[in-house]
Design a protein around this ligand. Structure first.
Ligand SMILES: *[C@@H]1O[C@H](CO)[C@@H](O)[C@H](O)[C@H]1NC(C)=O
Length: 184
């Protein structure tokens, strides 16, 4: 789960939730956003959605694509995102990350946003404007089957809402894994 956590740390950079889709398995069906009340889909080919959509957020997410969708374990995943930042983000900005696996809370933690944006080659202060990001990560082979729900809520140093990003991904038990045989 370590690399997953690291992916999540890039939340403001729009990476986090898309990265959660690394848990996907079905090769036939691309993952789409699961839209709950208060949420809005994000354009593009990914399971990412905007949460707390009724609240003003200072980051507009224009597009998130993941390739491949659904991702394959033991393979590389590329996440591309476009967003507009409407306010300066300085040191002190933070992101609350919650990751639930079924009923279990895997991660519930606050991270320093400016410490984490380096993951996507950004550096605070982040000026208002358009951001286009692309990052490729290798997906670990050993990922437990089940349902994963991710929330990342980012705030400026003075608690203005930057973004709420969520994704829900389910993947099934792999029979090849139960049998202890290789995948390919
Ligand atoms: C992922 O990409 C890196 C860099 O291009 C490459 O070295 C690595 O072999 C790739 N991994 C897989 C599983 O394809």
């Amino acid at each position: 789960m370590v690399s997953f956590k690291n992916l999540c740390l890039s939340a403001l950079a729009l990476q986090c939730v898309a990265s959660s889709s690394l848990f996907a398995r079905d090769e036939q069906n691309p993952l789409k956003s699961t839209i709950l009340p208060g949420e809005e889909p994000v354009p593009g080919d990914s399971p990412v959605a905007i949460c707390d959509a009724s609240q003003k957020q200072l980051l507009t997410i224009d597009l998130v694509d993941i390739v491949p969708n659904p991702p394959a374990r033991g393979a590389n995943l590329t996440v591309a995102a476009v967003g507009h930042l409407h306010e300066l983000v300085e040191e002190g900005a933070y992101v609350d990350v919650d990751v639930r696996y079924g009923y279990i809370k895997l991660i519930s933690q606050t991270y320093d946003l400016c410490d984490e944006v380096g993951e996507v080659d950004l550096k605070c202060p982040l000026k208002p404007g358009e951001y286009k990001l692309s990052k490729t990560v290798e997906i670990p082979n050993e990922v437990p089957p089940g349902k994963y729900v991710v929330y990342a809520r980012a705030f400026t140093k003075d608690d203005k809402y930057l973004a709420c990003i969520t994704a829900t991904v389910v993947f099934d038990v792999d029979s090849w894994k139960i049998l202890g045989i290789g995948r390919d």
